[in-house]
Design a protein around this ligand. Sequence first.
Ligand code: SF4
Length: 245
Amino acid sequence: MSALEAPLFGDQIAASRLSERFYALGAEKLLRLAIEDLFPGRVALVSSFGADSAVLLHMVAQIDKATPVLFLDTLHLFPETLAYRDALVARLGLTQVITLKPDPKELAKQDPENFLWSSDPDRCCALRKAAPLAKALANYDAWITGRKRFQAATRAALPLFESDGPRLKLNPLATWTQADMTAYFAAHALPPHPLVAKNFLSIGCLPCTSPVRPGEDVRAGRWRGRGKTECGVHLPSMLEAGADI
Ligand code: SF4
């Protein structure tokens, strides 16, 4: 059975088989395979327009500038991130960047004082990230993330393909290193996120992101001191319940 004949959705065995088969393909060819052959018109890149995002955005733009790009605006983002998004979209010529925002009625009900990030960050991420993303992903069979193994110990075993409920999730940069990322930025003269120069190496929402100190994981500045390492969009139960990036 070829990879294209394999059942692709909701099947961890199929995801593992795809990971093994395409392990050596490389990120750009893997993206082309996903966008043009495996899921034409049915796959979206989910991007935070953060510290590393320009790499995947650039690759996708080389393949098809109309590839859907989903951007979660939690309404707690750094103004620098919004400006960087606009600059990158213009530079790369992406034509289908879709900004997702939390439901205003749910915001008024669950977070009327905009302080849930402090009192209950898991609920805040569920409300401002996981719920809008789950709703948007209903339109797709697969989604692409920019996660990498080197980012944190919790991502050390990240596969290329994952089963994600009824969808498949692709992590084309899973095996990339920080040196690979830096080299790609340089080779394509990609602009850095303005906060990287201030040691923000993983950039989420303003209240929950701090600079990274020498020797720390690149994600050490996220929810510092809160015992939280992920926003929850990569936990299938949260997405399925409608409950990072
Ligand atoms: S990262 Fe912080 S502010 Fe952003 S959605 Fe999660 S808890 Fe809320």
